[in-house]
Design a protein around this ligand. Sequence first.
Ligand code: HEM
Length: 460
Amino acid sequence: RRDEAPSGLLPAPRLSGGLPVVGHSVEFVRATIELLFRANRELGEVAAFSVFNREMVAMFGPEAHEAVFRAPDAVLSPTEAYKIMTPVFGKDVVYDATPEKMAEQLKMLLPALKDRRMRTYGEAVVHETAASTREWGTSGVVDFVEFCRVLTNFTSSRCLLGKEFREGMSEEFARVYHDLEGGVTPLAYIDPHLPVPAFRKRDKARVRMVEMITGIVRDRRAHQRTGEDFLQTLMESNYADGRPLSEHEITGLLLAGIFAGHHTSSVTTAWTLLELLQNPTQLQRCVEEVDRVFGGGRPVSHAALRELTTIENAVKEALRLHPPLFMLVRVVKQDFTYKQFFIPKGTWIVVSPTVSHRIPTVFRDPDAFDPDRYLPGREEDKKDFAYIAFGGGRHKCLGNAFAILQIKAILALLLGQFEFGLCGDAIAPSFQGLVIGPKEPCRVRYRRRAQPSVTMEMGT
Ligand code: HEM
């Protein structure tokens, strides 16, 4: 259908190097990011290629992003591409539901992400960061990527699944969660129900997860207890017709929140510290900010965390250089036109934050870690749809404020208590499931500060 462009329109220009029959499949599987960079270098805004007989069109830059992110779901659908999550989130939940039902379900998460709740989440982060570093000595070495993964696993369990869950959290949860994650592999794009061990374990793990969450829901209801967490929000949510969410749906939505937020936040925390350690002037400014905001014994609070604008810009810049979600996909449901290009129904459209964030005409000196580029009045600050680490438009990330709050709080607590240095491990990107994080191990040295500037306590 590529060649059926109506008169006056053109097919998307084709990337060089496609082989007969297999197209660009080998390069795509072996080095997806490199293929996308090459596509942008060679063809600019729009580039077509084919993978396993599927036509794909990559679209780069702010104007193209805007066209994709603003298109209605009936034209460009996110659901088909994310169907591999169905065995994890469950039937009829999020991407497996109709677009209307999915929108209703995602809207139910919103009260859990409101400002009022952020205080509770702040508390959870302080508590968990304190617990995770309690055993550290005066000085030592820690694999920082692993540290962030474990810490954010605890914070997301506490904030999403609730205090009871976190406190009763056992080896079993780690195993169940691991098995769920293990079921999200590229193989699932071919058929998520193939009889392979990873998928069998995933299905067993989901059954167990529903049981665990149902136990807490029933216990809260029986004892009329409530929590300040996502679970409570969902227990109190109803569809427009008044129907409450089932336990299967509650579990699915909580898993969607955890999958969307855990790895993404964990690798971003790691990337930010690693970037700062490679940029001592920026690191110094962040430490000074922490000392200024908390130095007088002020406890950590939501209001105080808001004042950490230098750290916030460092997190934002780490996300620009290393967006955890490197490829966002939409399936064309109705023929789509962008500028002079005709993109027929059935094509997969790919938007890559990783590639688009490095376009030199959009971000000056794009490979440099420069948190000041977000200061008001700077050029980058004014370009809509240029910065897309959290996506954009109708499916923009719902959890971005929560994610930034959590990462800022962890970094402030760590920088206020410890000095850090690199150990010489290579700092390079690597795939961790569907997310790109720093290659492991990536060890850092720490030393307790003689005069810590932050107390590991939460204030009001
Ligand atoms: C959507 C990134 C944290 C919940 C997205 C999208 C991106 C993104 C790029 C858009 C996907 C697309 O357009 O296809 C991130 C990053 C995070 C983060 C980089 C951390 C640094 C979180 C957290 C939560 C969350 C903590 C919830 C607790 C969601 C949800 C959506 C979403 C529910 C789907 C929105 C929709 O389809 O309407 N995220 N996210 N995210 N995110 Fe996040």
